[in-house]
Write a protein that binds this ligand. Structure first.
Ligand code: FAD
Ligand code: AMP
Length: 478
């Protein structure tokens, strides 16, 4: 069967499904090809983010944080809990239920918007033809005026540490253990490694993170990263830098990990090994040579600022193209491309991209770090405000961390905001908005922040960047 669509989207992750919905909203006849099979081997929408990424990891991070708080933090609040019990299978089942509800929600949105879900794997052929191979092996052909490739990314596998049942796992496997392992090793102390390490640490595992690089979270503002390292270490995460994993051997129910550090060859025996060394774009079997779509030197689909490939009318968005591998980045690209296809003007402001690490405390940032501003020779001032001086943080009993704001000394514009602390992900929102609106520190100073809220810390940090903070004695900006 051949049918003609205005748009065929390949992949229904946060990039692809958002693109498909926006296309349909704009009156375009839209189909979305998606091949994902969930844990029950049923076709599912939502991609990595909803099935094995953002959402399930946050479901476990929320649950484990509460468990840890109840066990170790309630006493200080005057609440004595005895007999706190952990039911890991129930925690995992709750996570799976959230995933099922959200992925089912996307299916309902597709129906409501009249989007055809073509179940199977899509391959782009010549002349904007798409072949869809269903899970039973049958194939169908479809044509479109425009194609959006949103096939996302998959975990990078290390040939030296091959995955092995539930013992050596990737990030998806680490979301499904039904018992708390005694000792867990995580390869890679990046965002995903830290989030997954935190989940199992809070439930009682001994967790060691082996990181090949000699610096910790190099993309994070150094002052914040230093605070994060100190805090995570205090929580019992054993983060070892300059430790390059060289291999692993499974022996029965244990795995021996070998690695090199400054003292030479090392090894350790653990119950579980998580390989969290990053993700790579997924283009396998997506493109044929006849499609003519070019890749860049890193194997990502090459696109321009409008996410159009070298073939007019074929676009690519999300993890499969340059830029940070973040769900919201892909979604915004999906909206932009849909609007461009519909003849509207649209763009993505890549300079104002929020980033979050959902540990506790959370780490969140937008814009430039102090190190980047120094390297660029920008005349800036930094203002910080510690949560220890926030009334609300004190009331919550969660006073670790700080807010840091960077301002342009000449224009007073906000150049970056960095938060480590309670609800940093939510707190960052106002800075993202401020930067999107090109706000000055003066604008933020004039904005009334409710008292007592954590957001006052952002207000005070902004004031501090101008030497005007009220609730700290040393109000001089740097
Ligand atoms: P994906 O979500 O990977 O979706 C691509 C889809 O394309 C998949 O469903 C795949 O089955 C499908 N596909 C591939 N090839 C074909 C084909 N040939 N035909 C049909 N379909 C195909 N990001 C955040 O912003 N915040 C977070 O908190 C966060 N947490 C994360 C936690 C973990 C553990 C992981 C692994 C990732 C996390 N991420 C997070 C990253 C985020 O999941 C990705 O950036 C995001 O999913 C990318 O969206 P995408 O639509 O480009 O690709
Ligand atoms: P991210 O890309 O943020 O998910 O982080 C992945 C991390 O894994 C990076 O910081 C890499 O330096 C690290 N990494 C990659 N390979 C190895 C290895 N063999 N041993 C230890 N760390 C590694």
């Amino acid at each position: 069967m051949t049918d003609q669509y205005d748009v065929i989207v390949l992949g229904a992750g946060p990039a692809g499904y958002v693109a498909a919905i926006r296309c349909a909203q704009l009156g375009l006849k839209t189909a979305c090809v998606e091949k994902w099979l969930n844990k029950s081997e049923k076709p599912a929408l939502g991609g990595t983010c909803l099935n094995v990424g953002c959402i399930p990891s946050k479901a476990l991070l929320e649950a484990t944080e509460l468990y840890h708080e109840a066990k170790h933090g309630f006493e200080e609040l005057g609440i004595t809990c005895s007999d706190i019990k952990l039911d890991v299978p129930k925690m995992i089942a709750r996570k799976d239920k959230i995933v099922a509800e959200l992925t089912g929600g996307i299916e309902a949105l597709f129906k409501a918007n009249g989007i055809d879900w073509l179940v199977g794997a899509g391959t782009v052929l010549a002349d904007k033809n798409v072949r869809v191979t269903a899970h039973d092996g049958s194939a169908s052909n479809h044509t479109a005026k425009n194609i959006i490739i949103a096939t996302g990314s998959v975990p990078i596998e290390l040939p030296i540490t091959p995955l092995h049942s539930d013992i050596v796992v990737d990030s998806a496997g680490a979301l499904d253990w039904e018992a708390v392992p005694g000792k867990v090793c995580v390869i890679g102390a990046g965002i995903i490694g830290l989030e997954l390490g935190s989940v199992w640490r809070r439930l009682g595992s001994e967790v060691v993170l082996l990181e090949a690089m000699d610096s910790f979270l190099p993309m994070v503002d150094a002052q914040i990263a230093k605070d994060a390292m100190r805090t995570f270490t205090k929580q019992g995460l054993d983060i070892q830098l300059s430790a390059r994993v060289t291999g692993s051997t499974v022996n029965g129910k244990k795995v021996t990990v070998s690695y090199q550090n400054s003292d030479g060859e090392q090894s350790m025996e653990v119950d579980k090994l998580i390989v969290a060394v990053g993700r790579r774009a997924f283009v396998h079997d997506v493109l044929t040579d006849d499609a003519g779509v070019g890749l860049d030197e890193r194997g990502l689909i090459h696109v321009n600022n409008s996410c159009e490939t070298n073939v007019p009318g074929i676009y690519a968005i999300g993890d499969v193209v340059r830029g940070p591998m973040l769900a919201h980045k892909g979604s915004e690209e999906g909206v932009m491309v849909a609007e461009i296809i519909a003849g509207e003007t649209s763009s993505v402001n890549y300079d104002v991209m929020p980033n979050v690490i959902y540990t506790h405390p959370e780490v969140a940032w937008v814009g430039k770090t102090e190190e980047q501003l120094k390297a660029e020779g920008v005349d800036y001032q930094a203002g910080t405000f510690p949560f220890a001086a926030s009334g609300r943080a004190k009331a919550k009993g969660d006073t670790g961390g700080m807010v840091k704001v960077l301002r342009d000394k000449k224009t007073d514009r906000m150049l970056g905001a960095h938060v480590i602390g309670p609800s940093a992900s939510e707190l960052l929102g106002q800075s993202v908005l401020a930067m999107e609106f090109d706000a000055t520190i003066e604008d933020i100073a004039h904005t009334i922040h409710a008292h007592p809220t954590l957001s006052e810390a952002m207000h005070e940090a902004a004031l501090s960047a101008d030497g005007r903070a009220i609730h700290i004695a040393n109000r001089k900006p740097r």
